[in-house]
Design a binder for this molecule. Structure first.
Ligand code: PLP
Length: 415
């Protein structure tokens, strides 16, 4: 069955975003008319190189960076991997990395792999609001720390971390600092001219650009060893013939993101806030994750107690509503989100967590529909849920005891 975008309400913008029609318009000529190789010496190729230069300037403008600091990659994951890879290659005697418990799998799984290769990884815990303190970062950095990698904003909860402050600490201690800013760029202002972050990752498809394009910002005069080794593209920092159409698209998407930043923080935030407060007043037993003030303007992660998020998603899908859960379905069992678990949510509560993430395409009518549809879906599921304390078939169901057992298990895991 084909589901068309006209039939849905899309509130899963931290997963991916609709490609903006203006972005499509900008990229199409580079899929048809201007197919030259940007490295070619003739004008037909050179004009393509010029289009890449323009895109580099557009990305740099959004970040208040120098265009020479922008390296195009294939995605956010590659940018993350390349940053850490470079730090390790540049400092072969340094075998220690500092990161956090709430990173995206692009960093989390790379660090797990590096651990299996003999590196030591310090994984900083977060508090119940998803926060990390500068003191934690300072205490974790050692003389043999090759890099500190801490995300700017969390993809599941939207919690914003004070990475500019962390970067200053890393600088003082002589350690490289990288941030995964995939969720932050375009949602909050970023000014690379006024901070000490060495490397920063971006992903196009979170910015109304197609999938399969990313950026690694590398501060001028910060040494870098490429991960993709080949031709001299991207000033020798990333081999491979450029994905021209997507690069041009990302340039346009960054220009639009800059123009829409104010709207993200006013109208989109107001939509999110209205949705969140309506949920709080209409649905009992819910828990909103993440620091209330230091949160992306578009993100709302709600744990609905006594239901499984997967069931909520299924019923909302039937209503044409696209949102997501923090759980990863692995080997037939639902693992609760590592981010929510790190914030101290019990596995039962974390398994009921649903993320709603908005964007400038969302409207008041979308929120009207959500607040009409979501509460009855939750009531319906609670009425049949074996987790429901009030379920008639489960009069003696001891939810408090189950929670206690799960908390005990969590403490054991954390120890
Ligand atoms: N980092 C964060 C915080 C993300 O949310 C994502 C995508 O979900 C990525 C990295 C990976 O980006 P990409 O899908 O472009 O590889």
């Amino acid at each position: 069955m084909t589901v068309r975008k006209a039939d849905i309400i899309y509130v899963d913008n931290n997963a991916t975003t609709q490609v903006d029609p203006l972005v499509v318009e900008t990229m199409v000529p580079f899929l048809s008319e201007f197919y030259g190789n940007p490295s070619s010496a003739y004008n037909f190729g050179r004009q393509v190189a010029e289009a890449i230069d323009k895109a580099r300037e557009q990305v740099a403008a959004l970040l208040k960076a120098d265009p020479r600091e922008i390296i195009f990659t294939s995605c956010g994951t590659e940018s993350d991997n390349a940053a850490i890879n470079s730090a390790l290659l540049l400092n072969p005697s340094k075998k220690h990395i500092v990161t956090t418990k709430v990173e995206h799998s692009a960093i989390k799984n790379q660090c797990e792999f590096l651990k299996s290769q003999g590196y030591e990884i310090t994984i900083l815990p977060v508090d119940a609001q998803g926060r990390i303190t500068p003191e934690q970062v300072e205490a974790a950095i050692r003389p043999d720390t090759a890099i500190v990698s801490i995300m700017w904003a969390n993809n599941e909860t939207g919690v914003i971390l004070p990475v500019e402050h962390f970067a200053e600490i890393a600088k003082k201690k002589g350690t490289l600092f990288h941030t995964d800013a995939v969720q932050a760029v375009g949602k909050i202002p970023i000014d690379m001219s006024s901070n000490k972050i060495d490397m920063l990752s971006i992903s196009g498809h979170k910015l109304h650009c197609p999938k399969g394009i990313g950026v690694l910002y590398i501060r001028r005069r910060v040494s870098f060893k490429p991960m993709v080794i080949g031709g001299s593209q991207e000033r020798g920092k990333r081999g491979g013939t450029e994905n021209v159409a997507s690069i041009v698209a990302l340039g346009k998407a960054c220009e639009l993101a800059g123009e829409r930043l104010a709207e993200e923080n006013t109208r989109v935030k107001a939509l999110r806030d209205r949705f969140e407060s309506e949920m709080k007043s209409r649905v009992p037993d819910i828990y909103v994750s993440g620091d209330e003030t230091l949160r992306l303007p578009n993100t709302c992660n709600i744990a609905f107690d006594f239901v499984e998020a997967e069931a909520v998603l299924m019923l909302l899908d039937q209503e044409g509503i696209c949102c997501s859960s923090g759980s990863a379905c692995t080997t037939g069992s639902l693992d609760p989100s590592h981010v929510l678990s790190a914030m101290g949510l019990t596995p039962a509560r974390a398994r009921g967590a649903v993320r709603f993430s908005f964007c400038t395409y969302n409207t008041d009518e979308h929120i009207d529909k959500l607040i009409t549809v979501v509460p009855p879906v939750i009531s319906k599921l609670r009425a049949i849920s074996p987790l429901n304390k009030n379920h008639p078939d489960n009069e003696n169901y001891d939810i408090a005891k189950k929670r206690e057992e799960e908390e005990k298990l969590m403490n054991q895991i954390q120890d």
